[in-house]
Design a protein around this ligand. Structure first.
Ligand SMILES: CC(=O)CC(=O)SCCNC(=O)CCNC(=O)[C@H](O)C(C)(C)COP(=O)(O)OP(=O)(O)OC[C@H]1O[C@@H](n2cnc3c(N)ncnc32)[C@H](O)[C@@H]1OP(=O)(O)O
Ligand SMILES: NC(=O)C1=CN([C@@H]2O[C@H](COP(=O)(O)OP(=O)(O)OC[C@H]3O[C@@H](n4cnc5c(N)ncnc54)[C@H](OP(=O)(O)O)[C@@H]3O)[C@@H](O)[C@H]2O)C=CC1
Length: 293
């Protein structure tokens, strides 16, 4: 029988953390949102409120649903605040050393029967599980961005993930109203194994001068009916996250076809991380996004 999940911890309150907290609270779970700074937590709650209000305006939920969801979310700046959660989903930055340290510190305080999950975009679930005291209770639950709008969640089992953990994760995702795709534990799983090389190739197309930012995005939006152009999408995901995923693919599969484009590296080194830093392939500081190339 799948373990009963009532209270869910979310570590990292960036764009994915606030989206996961949003859909989890809306589905009736109690949520404890964690981050390293109070400012980040307050910003996340404000974003959740704004996105819930957008759903009220579109008549997807009622104002009562919005209010109830907000009251189910509490905040904590320490991992101790997650001790009695039944499931904890880690969604901090895409850096393996940061995630490993979080899992090490979390397991020291978390109740032994709790399930631990990572929302990693690319990193080995088996390797992350090995940094915990409970590899059989560890799983990849990979949401898509923006979480409230995207239907899919990938489930990834590590080598030691138990059936009860998989069943509980599957049941949890179903309660959020999302569909699952099960992926084996290989670098970047399914969606990002396919999507990120396409985005990286779009950046090479820019780097080699085949087209400018507007031409490349228009080509894929209008010529392939993608909802966003690949450079707009890269800015939306975060260029630091895109680079980390390409590095995991390049190192994990040892194939030069996954080499991160030097222009992507340069943007990240400049701190131009896309929307979250207000500048990437577009500059978002004015009224309308303006291409930076
Ligand atoms: C990197 C990984 O590990 C995995 C991934 O997630 S890869 C990324 C996967 N996601 C995609 O490919 C998304 C592609 N884009 C799309 O599908 C669509 O453009 C979209 C769903 C994002 C928006 O569709 P749309 O019809 O334009 O919706 P619309 O209501 O006009 O939304 C526009 C805006 O609202 C956001 N939005 C709308 N409702 C929202 C909600 N309830 N919560 C959060 N954001 C919301 C959109 O992101 C967008 O942001 P801005 O306001 O900052 O411009
Ligand atoms: N962006 C996307 O489209 C998707 C991303 N993901 C994955 O989700 C994860 C988060 O990505 P995303 O939300 O975009 O990233 P963001 O940069 O928006 O948010 C990351 C958050 O984690 C916080 N953080 C950093 N270190 C810690 C820590 N030790 N403890 C708690 N919080 C911490 C950051 O705080 P601070 O800013 O103060 O450092 C920040 O608030 C990554 O693993 C990413 O690969 C998965 C699917 C889609």
């Amino acid at each position: 029988m799948a373990a009963m999940i009532r209270k869910v911890g979310v570590i990292g309150s960036g764009q994915m953390g606030n989206g996961i907290a949003h859909v989890t609270a809306l589905a009736g779970f109690d949520v404890v949102l964690n981050d390293v700074s109070a400012d980040q937590l307050n910003a996340a709650i404000a974003t959740i409120n704004a996105n819930l209000s957008r759903q009220v305006a579109k008549k997807i939920i009622t104002d009562g649903d919005r209010e109830k969801a907000l009251t189910r979310i509490s905040q904590t700046e320490t991992l101790d605040g997650l001790a009695d959660c039944d499931l904890v989903i880690e969604t901090a930055v895409e850096k393996e050393d940061v995630k490993r340290k979080i899992f090490h510190d979390l397991c020291a305080v978390l109740k032994p029967e709790a399930i631990v999950a990572s929302n990693t975009s690319s990193i080995s679930i088996t390797r992350l599980a090995a940094s915990t005291d409970r590899p059989e209770k560890f799983i990849g639950i990979h949401f898509m961005n923006p979480v409230p709008l995207m239907e899919l969640v990938e489930l990834i089992r590590g080598i030691a993930t138990g059936d009860a953990t998989f069943d509980a994760a599957k049941e949890f995702v179903a309660k959020l109203g999302k569909q699952i795709a099960v992926s084996e534990d290989f670098p970047a799983f399914i969606v990002n194994r396919i999507l990120l090389p396409m985005i990286n190739e779009a950046i090479y197309t820019l780097y080699e001068g085949v087209g400018n930012v507007e031409a490349i995005d228009a080509a894929m939006r209008l010529g392939a009916h993608h909802p966003m152009g690949p450079l707009e999408l890269a800015d939306f995901i975060g260029l630091d996250t895109c680079l980390s995923i390409m590095q995991v693919l390049h190192e994990g599969l040892a194939d030069s076809k996954y080499r991160p484009c030097p222009l992507l590296v340069k943007y990240v080194e400049a701190g131009w991380l896309g929307r979250k830093s207000q500048r990437g392939f577009y500059d978002y500081r004015g009224e309308k996004p303006v291409p930076t190339r």
